[in-house]
Design a protein around this ligand. Structure first.
Ligand code: MG
Length: 387
């Protein structure tokens, strides 16, 4: 087991990117965090630029130089935030790049109950006490023992006051911010930590982190979510029923079109094709092609779903809005949701169907036709061919 030599561990690369960049990005990805302040050694400005320069985000403040100890650096970071006067602050080890949103959530929620909240894990191994020669002199009760991690959260004025008091008292021996807060009389509580939120200290840690990243198991892997939208209009013609959302609805007119003119399924089809950037319904099923004359539109929608799956994608949800004065959609809503869910082979709870009139305005208001708008959400698989 060796310590990482050369560059400070937060600037060593895992998965081709410096540890610090992974760490900073995890916090920038958390919407509730207003600002990220990195504290660096004054000599590491160039390394910082390489690691984080291109993150270019107004929430990422310019780095500030730290002090001689971890504790002194912590105070430098806090002093840099005084003018911003945040209500709360999370203090994190740059060498823990696998912090995730769930962990940050728990720490922040812990601050509703305590002045400070830290993530920690129970001790699984039996603990021994030994003398200098390595002879065991006792077994330590591990039940009340916890392994402290970061980010450690505090109300900002309280931890700032604690740090300033420690500096005034010449106490520079605290190994984490919670210890300093406890010393200052703050109430600090434990929230559930995470085994993956480990600190990269040794070469073995680095190798494991590298594996995590290359397997895509790291939290920094942001889900590849796509969104598509679709819109369609068909005009009314003499007839006695319309097809809408895959459901045949008796009506005083029909919708005119090359296929069955199911305007709702057409909008959904385009939304799915849009999400994967694969053209539109007219390109795949041209009206000039006699094969699609009078076709059931579920064929088009099913084909779009197949294209999503062929690219390694999964449909998260679809949402449809139908715009018309008549027929009334409400009585058919559940039948439409079921039909669409079946065509797409997804759960019905992932299908939204809504309708609105346009208050008598415009072509839909004049009952000249029906319009439909749709949105589709697609999660692309990590191993899909899109990469
Ligand atoms: Mg159409």
């Amino acid at each position: 087991m060796g310590l990482i030599a050369g560059a400070p561990k937060q600037f060593v690369s895992i998965g081709s990117e410096p540890v610090l960049r992974h760490t900073v990005r995890a916090f920038l990805a958390y919407p509730g965090i207003a600002q990220v302040q990195v504290v660096i050694h004054a000599d590491d400005r160039d390394l910082y630029e390489v690691a984080c320069g291109s993150l270019a985000c107004t929430r990422l403040l310019p780095p500030v130089p730290g002090g001689d100890t971890r504790q002194a650096s912590g105070l430098c970071g806090l002093e840099a935030l005084v003018s911003a006067a945040p209500r709360r602050v999370l203090i994190h080890d740059a060498a823990r790049p696998f912090v995730d949103a769930g962990l940050i959530d728990r720490v922040i929620m812990g601050l509703d109950r305590y002045d400070g909240a830290i993530p920690a894990l129970p001790v699984a191994d039996t603990l021994k006490r030994a003398d200098a020669a390595g002879r065991i002199t006792g077994t330590v009760d591990r039940n009340a023992l916890w392994r402290a991690q970061t980010p450690q959260g505090f109300t900002f004025p309280a931890i700032l006051a604690a740090h300033r008091a420690a500096a005034s008292a010449d106490r520079c021996d605290f190994t984490d911010d919670a210890a300093l807060a406890e010393w200052h009389g703050l109430l600090v509580g434990i929230v559930e930590g995470s085994e993956r939120n480990r600190k990269i200290t040794t070469l073995e840690d680095l190798a494991m982190a590298e594996q995590d990243v290359t397997r895509g198991g790291a939290t920094i892997e942001v889900p590849d979510v796509r969104v598509g939208q679709g819109f369609d209009v068909h005009r009314f013609a003499p007839g006695d029923h319309v097809w809408l959302g895959g459901v045949r609805i008796p009506h005083t007119r029909r919708l005119e079109g090359h296929s069955d003119a199911d305007v709702a399924l057409h909008a959904l089809t385009d939304a799915l094709l849009g999400a994967i950037g694969d053209g539109d319904i007219g390109q795949h099923f041209p009206p000039s092609d006699m094969r699609w004359k009078g076709a059931a539109s579920k064929v088009f929608l099913a084909d779009a779903a197949r294209r999503v799956r062929d690219r390694g994608g999964r449909i998260g949800n679809v949402d449809l809005t139908i715009l018309c004065e008549a027929p009334r959609i409400g009585p058919h809503r559940e039948a439409m949701r079921s039909a669409i869910a079946e065509i797409l082979a997804i759960d019905v709870e992932r299908v939204g169907v809504k309708a609105t009139t346009t208050e008598g305005l415009g072509f839909t208001g004049r009952r000249e036709g029906i319009a439909a708008m749709a949105t589709a959400n697609v999660l692309m698989g990590r191993d899909g061919p899109q990469r």
